[in-house]
Design a protein around this ligand. Structure first.
Ligand SMILES: Cc1ncc(COP(=O)(O)O)c(C=O)c1O
Length: 435
């Protein structure tokens, strides 16, 4: 990380001001320096539905930021399933309950057969933490490779492999960073360049005495600025990881559950076979649930040393939420809709980019799209922050990604309609003129 890098938590964050909202003052008193809020003038929300959020002043905002309420905010089917189950039974996972087993079977059926078992947790961080422990146990190694602006979560171990959240820029001894797979970093042969960088990092970890426990990557490199194409570019890097004796952990916390408009999981676009897949965010459409799936022998080895118990992870209410999410994805053809609405968005963005030299590149697939802004005199993150504010004035909520926050990150609910795509495109045209 260079000193031009910004923590993704800092991008577009509220950093104090003249605001005197009583609720904001209460928040600051309650949380002190831990209070992080979006927007120079923070938003106070009261309800949501479909792809829309409503503020307390009645203004409605098209949600192009939040990938958790992925089947739509407050989807009635999820609300009903959670309410029914919490009125019937909710208990930790050391008893037998039909709904939990049915959910695990449905979830596992979405993965290739070699990913034989699943564990449920409450957060993506917990899932990645457990995946790292399994990798250390299976390989006997302690080193990890991640991309330069990766984010994988907030436990002590996972924060060590989440450079986008580091403020000091200090890289832990057992971690090696590789530039994200882009033509800017590797030229036209991204697949070969990325694989060589991963192989070098693995060699370096070996020489430093750590060895390679795992390469962890987000299948769409979300916080690195979204790098989805060409399909298959990841395969040589995964071969290099396995050749070095490490595991490949596919972090599907962001791209998973159909967001890429191509099956359920992002790694399948690359034709690779992860040893472990972690997931979370959209899994319960807002009900806190996450988990991992992995190969049988990894579970067996790990459980020789220690069991895994998570009081709230995978309880019957989580299973009900997860089941309702899978029902919605299937019955409402949300993966197909992500592909269709994603195509419409990309077509519209391509024509906006043709008329506007502030847009340097468009990347992504399905409903995960990055709009990279051209370098100007204004620092990259600042230019994007202005645009994010201008879009908010136009009733669109959106975020940023990339090492210097140079990329607008679009992740609307998968139910986004064609008219909502138009709403976004109109707002962006105006915001580009204004900001
Ligand atoms: C790719 C990725 N992995 C893991 C996590 C951590 O998930 P959680 O915030 O649920 O702990 C995040 C959260 O933003 C993420 O983006």
């Amino acid at each position: 990380m260079t000193d031009t890098s910004r923590s993704i938590l800092e991008m577009n964050a509220y950093s104090g001001g003249t605001e005197t909202s009583p609720l904001l003052l209460r928040r600051q008193a309650n949380m002190g320096p831990a209070a992080i809020l979006f927007y120079r003038e923070p938003l106070e929300l009261q309800r949501a539905s479909g792809a829309w959020l409503e503020a307390t002043d009645g203004t409605r905002y098209l949600d192009c930021y939040n990938n958790v309420p992925s089947v739509g905010h407050c989807h009635p089917r999820v609300v009903e399933a959670v309410s029914r189950q919490i009125g019937l039974l909710n208990v930790h996972s050391r008893y037998l309950t039909e709904i939990v087993e049915s959910y695990l079977e449905r979830l596992l059926a979405t993965f290739p057969e070699h990913l034989a078992h699943a564990v449920l947790t409450c957060s993506g961080s917990e899932a990645n933490d457990l995946a790292m422990r399994m990798a250390i146990r299976a390989t006997g190694n302690r080193g990890f490779i991640v991309t330069e602006a990766a984010y994988h979560g907030n436990t002590a171990a996972v924060a060590d492999v989440s450079p986008s959240s580091w403020k000091s820029g200090h890289v832990p001894d057992h971690v090696r960073l590789v530039p994200a797979p882009s033509a800017d970093a590797y030229g036209p042969s991204v697949a070969e360049g990325f694989a060589a960088a991963v192989a070098n990092a693995a060699r370096d970890l070996g020489e430093a005495g750590y060895g390679l426990a795992a390469f962890i990557c987000d299948s769409v490199f979300s916080s690195d600025g979204i790098h989805a194409d060409p399909e298959g570019f990841l395969a040589p890097a995964i071969d290099a990881v396995h050749a070095a004796g490490g595991l490949y952990i596919a972090d599907e916390v962001q791209p998973g559950f159909g967001r890429l408009g191509h099956g359920m999981w992002g790694f399948t676009r690359h034709g690779v076979a992860p040893d472990i897949v972690t997931m979370g965010k959209p899994m319960g459409n807002g009900f806190p649930m996450a988990g991992l799936v992995g190969r049988h022998e990894l579970f067996a080895q790990f459980c020789e040393d220690t069991g895994y118990f998570n009081t709230f992870g995978g309880n019957p209410v989580a299973a009900a939420a997860g089941m309702a999410v899978l029902d919605c994805i299937g019955e409402e053809d949300l993966i197909g809709n992500a592909a269709r609405s994603g195509r419409l968005l990309m077509e519209g963005l391509t024509s906006i980019a043709a008329e506007n030299n502030r847009i340097r590149a468009l990347r992504g697939t399905g409903l995960f799209i990055g709009i990279e802004l051209a370098k100007t005199d204004v620092p990259a993150g600042e230019g994007v922050a202005r645009l994010i504010d201008a879009l908010r004035q136009r009733q669109v909520l959106i975020g940023a990604a990339g090492r210097t926050g140079e990329t607008l990150k679009l992740r609307p609910p998968l139910c986004l309609s064609a008219s909502e795509v138009d709403f976004f495109l109109d707002a962006l045209r105006l915001a580009l003129r204004e900001a």
